[in-house]
Each structure stands twice: as C-alpha cells, then as structure tokens.
Design a protein around this ligand. Structure first.
Ligand code: ADP
Length: 378
C-alpha cells in the first residue's frame, strides 16, 4: 500500500496529524468543508463530505481514507468500501460512534459495563424509565450531538417533548436514548489504537474534566489510577476495539462511579481531545499513531515522557484577534509549557487551541498549564 492518507474534515484533528505525517514522509490530503480551515496547512480539497461524487473523487487521490469527525453518512462510506477503498475506521465500526442508541445496544451485547439505558419513543416511555430510576435521568439524541449538545438531564417526562416532536417530523423516525443519571466521582478516558491486522497499543488512562458538557482539562495519567483502574479501563477499551472492529485511534469515555465501577459513556473513533497531551507527553502521539494504524504500520511506544502531563483547552482566544497576540506574555512566563494553536479566529466559547505541561509535580504542572491557558484566553 502507498502512503497517501486522505482525511475527511478540515478541523484541528486533521491539522494535528500534519506534523506526524511530515516526520514520517506520509502524504496527507484533506477534504475540508471550507477554505481556510485549521487543516489548510496540508494539501486541501474543498468539498461537501455528504456528497458521494465529491468523496469518491477525493478517495481516488489517496490510499486510505480516515476522518477528522464522524459525520460522513453511512451510505457514502459503504459505497467507498464497495469500490475497494480502504476506509479506517470502517463503516461497520463507525456506526457505533455515529449513533448512541446503537452504541449502547452493541456494548450491552458485548457484556461491557454501561449505565442503565432504554430506547424511548414517547413521553410515556420516558415517564416509565424515570419512575424506575429515582425520578431523574439523562436523555440523549441518538445522532448529531457533540460537546454536550443533545444531552439533557430531566426529572419530568415532558422535558424532552421538543426532541420527540422533532423525531416524529423526521422521515426516518427514530427514538431517544435515556440513561440513569450516573453518580460519578470523575470522568476518565482510555485512548487506544488498533491496526487492521490486530496490533493494539494503549496510552495510560487519563482523567477528563468537563465544563458545561465540554472537555476543559485532561490529567495524564488519571491520579490514583495505577493498578486496578488502569487494568479495568484497558480491558474495556481492548474489548470495545476488538468487539467492534475499530481501526485507528479509539477513545473510550468512562465514568468512575462513586461505588468504584467504570461504565462506558461514549466512543470516539479518531484522535480525541483526551489524547492531545500525547503530542508532548508520550513517545508516540495519538496523531502519529492514528496514521500508523490506518496505514497498518507497526504502532509506536505509548509510554509517557513525564510523570504527569496536564492539557488545558483554550476557549475563545483574545477578543478580536488570534492566540499569537498573547504569546509575548504567555510564552515568556511559562517556557516549559507547549502551546498549540488551531489557526482559528477568536470567538467566545470556541476551542482555538490547547496547552500541555509536563513534569514530576502534578500541582506545579497543573498550575503552569492553567496559567498559560488563562493568559491566552484573556
Ligand atoms: P457528547 O456527545 O456531547 O460528548 P456525552 O454523552 O459524552 O455527550 O455527554 C456529555 C457529558 O454529560 C458527559 O461528559 C457527562 O459529564 C454528562 N453525562 C452524560 N451522560 C451521563 C449520565 N448517564 N449520567 C451523568 N452524567 C452524564
């Protein structure tokens, strides 16, 4: 197989694959939604990933197709496979990152630990679930949710009526996912990479901190995880990767419950925010590993370079400008911190970059990273 990788989607994940591609001499091509996106540093074609002809024409220029996001429709992915295109992850796996109901069903079949859940089509069914689960639950749209959108805590059966109405108007029909409101101590993520030929590599399990449903901070490894938690998280991620046949990087988002269980929340089948620390903190970054995996090349070591790595997302950025406007102060004050800009204009709440600090003392590392991020988003 040649070494030309086509990435569908021009966001920051495609952008962060570029340095790894350059180092390995991999030719990276991106199908971006618009000109001037984060990944515009690579060879970019601009086109609609929902248009079969556009995607097929793009696929003809590469050896393997992979993704910056999970939104390419199944029909298009299946047509690519039918035409003999290498697609990683393939449609049979990606399905479970595209549809939370199918994901819950499949994980349950595989015997993996998940929150109590049900498929509900009416407010009566939601009411029945609430009655069995202490009167509170989490309702999720099966498709199209991200960063906490499409996730709602409810305590009354009519609190999801707008979503039921929208589903009823949708020609495909459909249902909502309802889950028990998990009492968790913290959220973890286990990132893993798997080659088509089966080799698997795992990074240490990390702690993720969400604010407003959006990942804000990641601590690698998760404090106190060495031993049982690390083993259980690894076993779950390997079971998911093998059970679903995932190729490339897979992130398994987990709840650590107050009664010491790990439950699977979400799956992402691409490099993930919880693995960004690995660019600076691991021998092999998740972006390099993803490229190796989708090309079916041997995987690199996933060992940590530092005792602790802390990654903080930068939201918004300097008003009316770009991250670089704050470099004078941020880089001078924190020479050990690595700053990553996604090349985006500032906008309130937008993820415009991240910073990572590494070292022996977790408090110091976290302070350095937080202070740098704070300077950058002023
Ligand atoms: P998204 O697809 O937007 O990332 P998730 O399903 O990961 O949505 O949910 C977003 C956040 O909502 C989670 O990170 C968690 O903090 C919270 N959450 C999701 N499901 C549950 C649940 N069953 N119990 C408690 N909190 C939950």
């Amino acid at each position: 197989m040649g070494m030309t990788v086509g990435v569908i989607g021009g966001g920051q994940l495609a952008r962060m694959m570029i340095p790894a591609a350059v180092a390995l001499g991999i030719d990276l091509r991106v199908l971006a939604e618009q000109p001037g996106m984060s990944a515009a540093l690579a060879a970019v074609a601009v086109g609609d990933y929902r248009d079969l002809d556009t995607v097929v024409a793009f696929a003809e220029t590469v050896d393997v197709i992979t993704f910056d996001h999970e939104h390419v429709p199944q029909e298009i992915l299946r047509e690519l496979v039918r035409r003999g295109v290498q697609v990683h992850p393939g449609p049979d796996a990606l399905l479970y990152a595209q549809d939370k109901l199918l994901m819950r069903e499949r994980l349950t079949e595989l015997g993996l630990p998940v929150p109590d859940w049900a498929r509900v089509e009416t407010s009566d069914e939601l009411g029945a679930f609430l009655a069995e689960h202490g009167g509170r639950a989490v309702v999720k749209t099966a498709r199209g949710g991200y960063d906490g959108k499409g996730v709602r805590v409810v305590s009354h059966e009519h609190e999801a009526d707008d979503w039921f109405t929208a589903l009823a108007e949708d020609a495909n029909g459909g249902a909502l996912l309802v889950e028990e409101l998990v009492e968790f101590r913290r959220e973890l993520a286990q990132v893993v990479a798997r080659r088509p030929s089966g080799q698997i590599a795992l990074w240490p399990v990390v702690e993720t901190v969400q604010r407003g449903g959006v990942c804000a901070e990641v601590i690698a490894p998760a404090p106190g995880s060495v031993g049982r938690i690390a083993e259980v998280a690894a076993d779950i991620a390997v079971a998911v990767a093998e059970g679903i046949g995932v190729t490339g990087v897979l992130a398994v988002e987990l709840f650590e419950t107050t009664d010491d269980r790990l439950l699977v929340n979400e799956l992402a089948m691409r490099p993930h925010n919880s693995g960004h620390w690995s660019i600076d903190g691991s021998t092999t970054s998740q972006f390099e590993q993803h490229l190796r995996a989708v090309l079916d090349l041997p995987l690199g070591s996933t060992g940590a370079r530092d005792a602790w790595s802390v990654m903080i997302n930068v939201f918004g950025g300097p008003a009316g400008g770009v991250l670089g406007d704050r470099y004078g102060v941020a880089l001078a004050e924190h020479p050990l911190v690595k700053v990553h800009s996604y090349g985006k204009a500032s906008r309130p709440g937008r993820k415009v970059g991240h910073v990572t600090a590494g070292g022996d003392d977790l408090d110091d590392v976290a302070y350095q990273a937080r202070a740098t991020a704070a300077f950058l988003q002023e």
